[in-house]
Design a binder for this molecule. Structure first.
Ligand SMILES: *[C@@H]1O[C@H](CO)[C@@H](O)[C@H](O)[C@H]1NC(C)=O
Ligand SMILES: *[C@@H]1O[C@H](CO)[C@@H](O)[C@H](O)[C@H]1NC(C)=O
Ligand SMILES: *[C@@H]1O[C@H](CO)[C@@H](O)[C@H](O)[C@H]1NC(C)=O
Length: 434
């Protein structure tokens, strides 16, 4: 038997209104509560934060600098060509240090290169005890691996994990610093600072600077390098970008105006859990900064929860790192990423960026460059087509024609080895006279 066909009487206009009106009121109420919760969250993690009017609806997908009239330097078309390639660390997958990760690279006051990595005492996960291993090149990275100094341990964790870290040079005092986090998965992480006054050959005992930074802002520095400001405002200031402070979320700039003796927090940007800790949250994470010739800072951050799209979050500071204004924060859709640390370097009108050109996988590493401070990315060069992970960029002072990229790469996965590739920068053919 077939059931009698039931037809719902069509609601008359009037009863439809009676039924739908409460639903409409409920929807408005839900939206209002959600927006308040978000604001309260921001206030809770940062009582001084004043949410700009309408900030919730801000379109971070638009680069606010695309139409500004700051004139970049002359358009110097360049090309990149690999001239040397060295494997500095290979992960043996067994033994005392099965895995090397996290490339960190700096120039030194004498014009040498210092490369650092985390040696992990367990092959999987970030949480296990580590060593920090350092190698140094005094011939501009030209020669084979054997010409680099043997790997030297500057830190050995006992049971608790450290996090590498940010390296930076005070060119005035000719001191190389390494800032890192100790006890990275403890409720309170310790911010540690060690230094070398002999060009990166020996390293002194670390100092605990957690209380200066404030324990609510004790962060994971980098990974990558910090800077000493070369232009006003705040010329001479040391600036380090950290992330993961305060309940594990957000981005913070750490500042020193006395050559690294004392530290305080500058700008910070809390993460915002729009969707309860899953994809879609605004969560700026691992970060690298550079100073542009106008004295502003350009910060590129890992988009940890893939807020809106798989691409970098960019921030700018125009006051020496005190603030990172919301209206200058944007998603750069051109810089797609699989949630990862990236390299950044600014030299003579060109902003270089390195990272895997893939939205979900750590592979296909490119260097890309911009002649207009990151408004547009004009050119690119593929560095490694296979698996490739974290990367960092560096140039030596006094050498205008070579760029170094240190990065994780492999054939079986992105962390088989840590390599350093030296790249020659040439003027593009036929562009010299333009
Ligand atoms: C660093 O200082 C903080 C705050 O005083 C303290 O809680 C922490 O235990 C110290 N860490 C180390 C490794 O000494
Ligand atoms: C450099 O390290 C030494 C310990 O080796 C320490 O006494 C000194 O204060 C440190 N300098 C800075 C600026 O952190
Ligand atoms: C948020 O996530 C947690 C853990 O995943 C879950 O227990 C909680 O119910 C979620 N809350 C909301 C409002 O979805």
């Amino acid at each position: 038997m077939t059931a009698p066909k039931r037809t719902w009487p069509l609601l008359s206009g009037r009863s439809r209104l009676v039924l739908l009106a409460p639903l409409f009121v409920i929807a408005i109420l839900a939206w209002w509560i959600a927006s308040k919760t978000l604001q309260n969250y921001q206030m809770a993690i940062n009582p001084d934060v004043q949410l700009a009017e309408g900030s919730m609806g801000q379109d971070y997908s638009r680069n606010p600098h695309v139409n500004d009239d700051t004139q970049p330097g002359p358009q110097v078309g360049i090309t990149l060509q690999t001239v040397a390639d060295t494997v500095l660390w290979t992960s043996p997958r067994k033994g005392e240090i099965p895995l090397y990760r996290i490339p960190v690279l700096t120039y030194t006051p004498e014009g040498n290169l210092v490369a650092m990595v985390e040696g992990r005492r367990k092959p999987e996960g970030d949480t296990h005890p580590k060593i920090f291993s350092v190698r140094r090149s005094t011939d501009r990275g030209d020669t084979s691996c054997e010409m680099w100094s043997p790997a030297q341990r500057i830190l050995y964790d006992k049971g608790i994990s450290s996090y590498l870290g940010t390296v930076f040079v005070d060119d005035t005092t000719r001191t190389v610093f390494l800032m890192y986090a100790y006890c990275e998965f403890c409720p309170l992480i310790s911010m540690m600072l060690m230094n070398s006054t002999d060009d990166g050959i020996t390293w002194g005992r670390p100092r605990n600077i957690t209380d200066m930074v404030g324990k609510d802002y004790a962060a994971y520095p980098g990974p990558g390098y910090g800077i000493q400001k070369k232009h006003e405002p705040a010329k001479g200031r040391l600036v380090v970008c950290g992330h993961g402070f305060h309940h594990g979320k957000g981005l913070v700039l750490l500042l020193s105006d006395d050559h690294g003796m004392t530290w305080r927090r500058g700008a910070f940007v809390p993460s915002i859990p729009f969707t309860n800790g899953t994809d879609g949250d605004f969560d700026p994470d691992e970060c690298q900064l550079v100073e542009l010739p106008d004295g502003s800072l350009y910060v590129v951050a890992r988009n940890e929860k893939v807020y809106k799209q798989h691409c970098k979050i960019v921030m700018r500071s125009f006051d020496g790192g005190e603030t990172l204004p919301q209206e200058h924060t944007y998603l750069d859709g051109a810089l797609i990423e699989p949630r990862i640390t990236s390299g950044l370097w600014y030299h003579d009108g060109t902003l270089f960026y390195s990272g895997p050109k893939h939205d979900t996988k750590r592979r296909n590493l490119y260097i890309r460059w911009s002649y207009d401070h990151g408004k547009t990315w004009s050119s690119e060069k593929q560095i490694w087509a296979d698996w490739a992970g974290y990367s960092t960029l560096m140039m030596l002072p006094g050498d205008k024609s070579h760029l170094y990229i240190m990065y994780e790469r492999g054939k079986t996965g992105p962390v088989d080895e840590i390599a350093l590739t030296k790249i020659k920068i040439s003027m593009e053919q036929g562009r010299e006279d333009t």
